[in-house]
Design a protein around this ligand. Structure first.
Ligand SMILES: Cc1cc2nc3c(=O)[nH]c(=O)nc-3n(C[C@H](O)[C@H](O)[C@H](O)COP(=O)(O)OP(=O)(O)OC[C@H]3O[C@@H](n4cnc5c(N)ncnc54)[C@H](O)[C@@H]3O)c2cc1C
Length: 385
């Protein structure tokens, strides 16, 4: 089918990847609808601050014409970085110059999604539409069934429905794998007024305290809270024990787990509120591919779920949308567009996934803080050369 003849692209999932793909299709006048299982504010309080890279995520924003708006919202001082050992030894600290525009500014996930969303005509988005199944019609088109009983027919279905994608099984039997890392996500709110000492210690960006099989990964968000990912290398089933605890017991457990860490690090736990989320971190195998089908494909986490330890996931999702747009500019037949997109996406995402896995191994190893500190120093030396 020639891309000029496309009557409908069904994008399943309205996270950053699905929204960016929608905006880029809108600019090319290709008919599409984003089907999102959640509500309009689905992205508002999901996940924390994200750094958007100038060589991947930002290329998509630029292509969509919203790079300047992004620069206005982005926090360039959010690139402050600190690497600490469990005994409090600081192995690396960097306070960026606010006037210097770095290549990886921070933005809250909700703000990023709103920025993209506000440029998409709202007739292109349907909320409370949860993908359930898909069939091929005699005409060759795909019919998508949603859990609300509705259906839609499409020439192309793009699964951008995240880690637990329901579209992925139509392309592959590959299951996601547990990385061995689980997290207790804590929030210290209004740090400027309520926890100024913690803010001074944390600086305006990321603080990574690494101690072998545990880590405290903290990040100042644009809404004034510090999000703390209390991370453990743990057996998959172990998190269920934590899930079964009351909030008070869970907090006491986490305090106990980090009782031998430096007092300034323990504050990230003791000063946190009761807003707690437990997560297992999953991944797809590096280099995951499928037999191309021409009218169904995957984008973002659905295509290449990786651990968050290189900060690549959202960048890879936005970059996929950029690659899809590039394929549309270069090929006329839908099957060729999909194939070209997939090849480019496989190459780029394998690299990001490898980096994420390498970082996971490094961050949860012996002397991790020292090694991570050396890594950041070497990056700084390279940029100064
Ligand atoms: C703890 C943690 C920290 C992270 N930190 C970072 C970071 O610092 N930097 C970074 O780059 N990345 C980070 N990531 C990864 C990043 O959040 C993801 O890579 C990114 O959100 C992927 O975007 P996506 O659009 O592919 O999928 P998602 O953001 O998962 O969006 C998928 C959307 O699909 C919808 N959906 C799901 N199922 C269905 C269905 N059946 N029907 C319809 N809709 C459906 C969901 O509601 C959701 O809105 C982190 C992830 C985690 C877990």
């Amino acid at each position: 089918m020639n891309i000029k003849d496309i009557k409908e692209v069904a994008i399943i999932g309205g996270g950053p990847g699905g929204l960016m793909l929608g905006l880029l299709l809108q600019q090319r006048d290709i008919p599409f609808t984003i089907y999102e299982k959640g509500t309009q504010d689905v992205n508002a309080d999901r996940g924390g601050s994200l750094d958007i890279h100038d060589d991947s995520g930002q290329l998509a924003l630029q292509q969509a014409g919203i790079q300047e708006d992004f620069h206005r919202l982005a926090r360039f001082d959010g690139e402050d970085t600190k690497v600490v050992g469990k005994d409090g030894t600081v192995y690396y600290t960097e306070v960026v110059d606010e006037d210097e525009l770095g290549g990886r500014p921070e933005i809250d996930r909700g703000e990023l999604c709103d920025l993209i969303l506000q440029h998409i005509d709202d007739t292109h988005i349907q909320y409370h539409y949860q993908f359930e199944s898909m069939e091929t019609l005699d005409s060759g088109r795909r019919r998508v069934h949603f859990t609300n009983g509705e259906t839609t027919d499409a020439d192309l279905v793009v699964g951008v429905d995240g880690a637990f994608s329901k579209v992925r099984p139509y392309l592959s039997t590959q299951e996601i794998e547990y990385t061995g890392i689980s997290m207790v996500e804590l929030n210290v709110v209004d740090v400027e007024h309520e926890h100024p000492e913690l803010l001074a210690y944390n600086q305006r960006g990321k603080m990574m305290a690494l101690g072998g099989d545990r880590a405290l990964l903290a990040q100042l968000n644009g809404d004034g809270r510090i999000k703390v990912y209390v991370s453990y290398r743990m057996e998959q089933a172990k998190l269920d024990e934590y899930k079964a605890m009351s909030i008070a017991d869970l907090k006491a457990q986490v305090e106990h787990d980090f009782a031998d860490w430096a007092p300034e690090l323990q504050r990230y736990i003791t000063e946190a509120g009761d807003d707690i989320l437990l997560r297992r971190i999953y991944r797809l195998p590096i280099g995951f591919k499928w037999q191309t089908q021409g009218d169904v494909t995957l984008l973002g986490d659905a295509a290449h779920l990786m651990s968050p330890f290189a900060g690549e996931g959202v960048n890879a999702a936005l970059y996929d949308a950029y690659l899809f747009d590039q394929a549309l500019a270069e090929a006329d037949e839908l099957g060729d567009v999909v194939r070209q997109y997939e090849e480019a996406m496989y190459a780029a995402s394998a690299q990001s996934a490898q980096e994420s896995q390498d970082n996971l191994e490094l961050m949860f190893s012996e002397s991790a803080a020292e090694k991570m500190g050396d890594f950041f120093k070497s990056v700084l030396d390279d940029t100064e050369d």
